[in-house]
Design a protein around this ligand. Structure first.
Ligand code: NDP
Length: 497
């Protein structure tokens, strides 16, 4: 039976998931849907594969992962085309996403040994006859659940950390982007053909939920806050730890000494790249009064040049268009003004660039994640007010500051996991910087040293090297030895500093 297909809406026919382009309806590909039993079986196979992968050691894994990285680079045009076909995003957006993914695939395996490998810790005086040893051991199998907006770089973040740490991965791509997800798994199998170290399970949310309950050691979830809570609940049953990378409502603050054309350029790109479907996309701009008028003018001029179907691709998930429309309508109904775009900007599957001013703080366009090519610009008296308003949200993912003298001080005070000064979104492209949010944006980190440690458990080992002079861990200790221990503790730790 073939139901009528809606462009961009995944269809399931006879146990097969069919993925289509949101603008043209062209088929991107089809993959089998995984049953709950198949998901459990995938995790079971992954457990064996993970043991084999771990035994390759850091250098063996690095070698394989860097070969996969190179394969992605060699086939960058093929992957970009497939991503554009499946999500509708322009080629340039797809290329930029792959470039960021490659950075993480390069950084994680190169640094895993140093960050996670065995090391001796410094001796402690009271236990000087023992040496301390620390290493980080993999969970075995990590489940990665990914979203549709960046189907390459968002899963590659946790996948690269989990693989470099020695885990096998079972990956559940979004139902909107299963074909790109499967492409990643297939190319990994080209460089690691021996064992299913990276597998995909496909389907709707129930497959993601099944993955949480299938015996994985940890789950790395990227997606909406609402689904993140469901994932946590599913994982709670077996006390499976989770990393939650959820949504955002990122702000860009423009201080009085900012370079205004540069700030406008960054606001427009940071807000409208990938048609605004970016978790760390700029959604709100706060500008101090002296620069407000020139900034608005410059943003409108730049955003007004962007064309739908060219720089601005379609909205990948058709349902999101209703949310974007509601946010714009709510902003206008509550007294906001569209200085570009507005209600008429929503022309499914596209949304034209929209810039709104005088939007009240209680409107959804200010409070909730819009995930479209819209920006609000709000005039503030000074940086303190900008920070207060920027932080007045349940989310706390990224952010940006434009300015000179106080920019870093402002960046520190933003309640978020990452901030770019005098640029936007830059932190996601640096393999050595941890990535993640606070509040409703989630917890835990991918990327960087913290992102490696996220996928391994610390294992502490002590080794006795000599007989104890001051034995404490035995019933054979004498009252005299206890007095000596007290004396030593007073000497070592009894003083004020
Ligand atoms: P969703 O939360 O709808 O889905 C994310 C993934 O979870 C999908 O694979 C989805 O499967 C799966 N899922 C759905 N229900 C369940 C369930 N009950 N148990 C387990 N898994 C489930 O997010 P979107 O795909 O809409 O992605 C957009 C969101 O992701 C935005 O909020 C965005 O800000 C956020 N995001 C965050 C990033 C970050 O690093 N912080 C980066 C990129 C995006 P299915 O698709 O089949 O429903």
């Amino acid at each position: 039976m073939t139901a009528t297909r809606v462009p961009g809406v995944p269809a399931i026919e006879d146990g097969v998931l069919i993925s289509t382009n949101p603008a043209t309806g062209e088929e991107a590909g089809r993959v089998p849907v995984a049953s709950a039993e198949a998901t459990v079986a995938a995790v079971r196979k992954a457990r064996e594969a993970g043991a084999w992968w771990q035994a390759l050691g850091y250098d063996g894994r690095k070698d394989r992962m860097l070969r996969w990285r190179s394969l992605l680079v060699q086939r960058i045009d093929e992957l970009a085309q497939l991503t554009s076909l499946e999500t509708g995003k322009p080629n340039a957006d797809a290329i930029m996403e792959i470039v960021a993914a490659v950075e993480h695939l390069d950084w994680a395996p190169r640094h895993a040994k140093k960050v996670l490998g065995p090391r001796r810790t410094r001796t402690r005086v009271l236990l000087a006859e023992h040496t301390g040893h620390l290493e980080y051991q993999p969970y075995g199998v990590v489940g990665v659940i990914g979203p549709w907006n960046y189907p390459i770089v968002t899963p590659i973040g946790p996948i690269s950390g989990a693989l470099a740490a020695g885990n096998a991965v079972v990956f559940k791509p979004s139902e909107y982007t299963p074909i790109v997800g499967q492409w990643l798994v297939d190319t990994f199998a080209e460089v690691v053909p021996e064992q299913p170290v990276l597998q995909a399970v496909h389907g709707l949310g129930d497959v993601g939920a099944a993955l949480c309950r299938s015996g994985v050691g940890k789950v790395a979830f990227t997606g909406s806050t609402a689904t993140g809570k469901k994932v946590m609940a599913a994982c709670a049953k077996n006390l499976v730890p989770v990393v939650i990378e959820a949504g955002g409502k990122d702000a860009l603050i423009v201080d009085a000494d900012a370079d205004i054309p540069a700030a406008a350029d960054a606001a427009v790109w940071g807000g409208m790249t990938n048609a605004g479907q970016t978790c760390i996309g700029i959604e709100r701009v706060y500008a101090v009064a002296p620069v407000y008028d020139s900034l608005v003018k410059e943003i409108v001029a730049r955003a007004g040049k962007l064309r739908t179907g060219e720089e601005i691709g379609p909205i990948t998930m058709p349902k999101q268009i209703d949310i974007i429309r509601e946010h714009i309508d709510d902003a206008l109904a509550k007294g906001g003004t569209a200085v570009l775009g507005g209600a008429g900007a929503v022309q499914p599957p596209f949304v034209a660039p929209t810039v709104l001013v005088d939007v009240p703080a209680d409107s959804s366009e200010i409070r909730d994640e819009t995930f479209g090519p819209t920006l609000t610009i709000t005039k503030v008296a000074d940086a303190d007010e900008a920070i207060r308003l920027a932080n007045d949200t349940a989310y706390g993912l990224g952010g940006a500051v434009f300015g000179k003298r106080n920019a870093i001080r402002i960046a520190r005070r933003l309640r978020s996991g990452m901030v770019s000064v005098n640029s936007t979104l830059t932190f996601v492209g640096m393999g050595n910087l941890p990535f993640g949010g606070v509040g409703d944006s989630g917890f835990g980190r991918i990327h960087g040293e913290d992102g490696l440690r996220e996928f391994a458990r610390p294992k502490s080992i002590t080794v006795r090297r000599a007989k104890s002079l001051l034995p404490s861990t035995t019933f054979d200790r004498t009252p005299g030895q206890i007095r000596q221990i007290v004396k030593a503790v007073k000497l070592l730790y009894g003083r004020r500093s």
